[in-house]
Ligand binder design. Structure first.
Ligand SMILES: *Cc1c(COP(=O)(O)O)cnc(C)c1O
Length: 471
């Protein structure tokens, strides 16, 4: 597969270059594939439904063709995914796609684990390790740390702002041994990011250590997230027909979004033939994308802190990829968009639990409420021309091409549940008056010894530490 650049279509690189560079330093653009080969319909319609790993293999093949042989790709996928996504029905036209069954209990495990193993593969003939530096405000650090832990040839240093992440998040990224370690920086997330960025531009340091990043903009994190969209849409299509006699439904993916990497992966799956009719871009108060879809004006803005804090992004980096793939009109045909404030998030967690018994996390809760509103008249109102108050939470005024399917009760929604509710235990407890069950692997991590290394917000100290401690 040839990859190009969102800012310069004349750029042509292979998969290895796109993965190892992360982004195009010369243009500042992001890598995207030049084509999205369709999976064979005989594969998509296979009975019984192919397994998640079979789907992952078929979808990954064209993106790594000529660079990773099939046998090695099979090994990468088996090692990356000892767990699977799970599709759980809420009612006859609503499913939850649980993406939190990986080691860190959030969907970022899907992308980070594939990225770690492809980077290790491309580094296999090097005699020195590749040093990954990551600054994190919480969730990315744990997914990356866990994904790279004990992966050969790779070494990871995570920087996080001391005292500014949750105790569970801190445990999740500061308790590794071996090739992964965390530095607790006396400063903010921006300070951490600046230390990392300065290191990347420090030629003396780069002359001594091979450095790389593990950013969420890396194409090797985006591509594997498309696997579970394909899987879930096939499973839901079959179940809607079998369990509820809804044949050929319009399948709508409701995606709680921050940087819009997850949703971009959904677009890739749709391009590759997944039976997906459209998407709901669901955000918290950081409503940059809903506003863009509604008004046509894109205004990046500073981020606002919310209860769905993994989505506190005011300038979503994958906007650039979406714009490179589609026109605004095409986006409006595919997407409905929706946003919700903190009060709405609490009420949605409560309503979901009362109505279905399901305990949903603050991010998935926005998706849940979006789909409830759409089913219960918000889409009918939009179609009828009643736009509502644009500045209040809710569906924003843009009518997707699948709206009539909702009114005809032929639409089936799949709500992406991006994290385990246990990761946001306090908010969930506040909403429903009881604690969500804690998965054993989260309980275990709370008992591990904290190994974070203190670090001042001082580049020279950071650099000296790297030179003294990394090999
Ligand atoms: C990262 C994250 C998101 C947002 O995903 P994007 O790809 O940035 O849109 C949503 N929910 C959770 C729990 C996350 O960790």
């Amino acid at each position: 597969m040839i990859y190009t650049d969102t800012r310069d279509a004349s750029v042509k690189v292979d998969f290895k270059t796109a993965v190892m560079n992360g982004m195009n330093q010369e243009t500042g653009g992001l890598y995207i594939p030049t084509s999205y080969p369709k999976l064979d319909s005989s594969f998509i319609n296979k009975d019984p439904t192919p397994s998640f790993r079979d789907i992952a293999l078929q979808m990954a093949k064209p993106f790594v063709e000529g660079e990773i042989p099939d046998d090695d790709l099979v090994a990468i996928i088996q090692d990356a995914y000892p767990f699977s996504p799970k599709v759980t029905p809420l009612d006859s036209v609503s499913y939850v796609l649980e993406l939190f069954h990986g080691p860190t209990c959030a969907f970022k495990d899907f992308g980070a684990r594939f990225m770690a193993r492809t980077m290790s593969y491309f580094n296999r003939n090097e005699s020195t390790p590749l040093h990954i530096l990551v600054a994190t405000s919480g969730d990315t650090g744990s997914a990356v740390g866990s994904a790279f832990h004990n992966v050969p040839g790779l070494d990871v240093t995570i920087l996080y702002p001391e005292g500014k992440i949750s105790p569970l998040q801190e445990k999740q990224l500061s308790t590794f041994t071996g090739n992964v370690r965390a530095l607790k920086v006396k400063g903010t997330f921006d300070d951490c990011q600046k230390l990392v960025k300065t290191a990347f531009t420090d030629n003396e340091l780069r002359g001594k250590l091979r450095l790389s990043s593990a950013n969420s903009i890396n194409i090797s994190r985006l591509l594997p997230q498309s696997f579970y969209y394909m899987y879930a849409s096939i499973v839901a299509k079959n179940r809607a027909a079998m369990d509820n006699k809804i044949h050929d439904p319009a399948i709508i993916m409701i995606v709680p979004s921050g940087n819009f990497g997850n949703l971009t992966s959904g677009l890739i799956a749709k391009e590759m033939g997944a039976p997906i009719a459209g998407f709901v871009a669901a955000t918290n108060t950081n409503r940059t994308i809903p506003d863009w879809i509604a008004t046509g004006d894109y205004n990046a803005r500073p981020s606002i802190e919310t209860f769905a804090n993994a989505m506190d992004v005011g300038a979503p980096s994958n906007y650039e990829r979406i714009k490179a793939m589609y026109t605004l009109d095409q986006v409006r045909e595919m997407f409905a968009s929706y946003w919700l404030d903190n009060d709405g998030i609490l009420k949605a967690i409560e309503a979901c639990n009362n109505k279905t018994g399901y305990i949903i996390d603050p991010h998935g809760a926005i998706g849940y409420k979006a789909w409830e509103d759409i089913k219960n008249g918000a889409m009918a109102d939009l179609v009828a021309g009643n736009k509502g108050d644009f500045n209040k939470p809710g569906l924003t005024p843009s009518v997707p091409n699948w709206s009539q399917k909702v009114l005809d009760k032929k639409a089936v929604g799949i709500i992406l549940e991006t994290a385990s509710p246990a990761k946001f235990g306090q908010i969930v407890t506040d909403a429903i008056g009881k604690e969500p069950p804690i998965p054993a692997r989260l309980e275990e991590v709370m008992r591990l010894q904290d190994r974070a290394i203190p670090m001042n917000n001082d580049y020279n100290q950071f650099k000296d530490w790297l030179l003294a401690n990394l090999k």
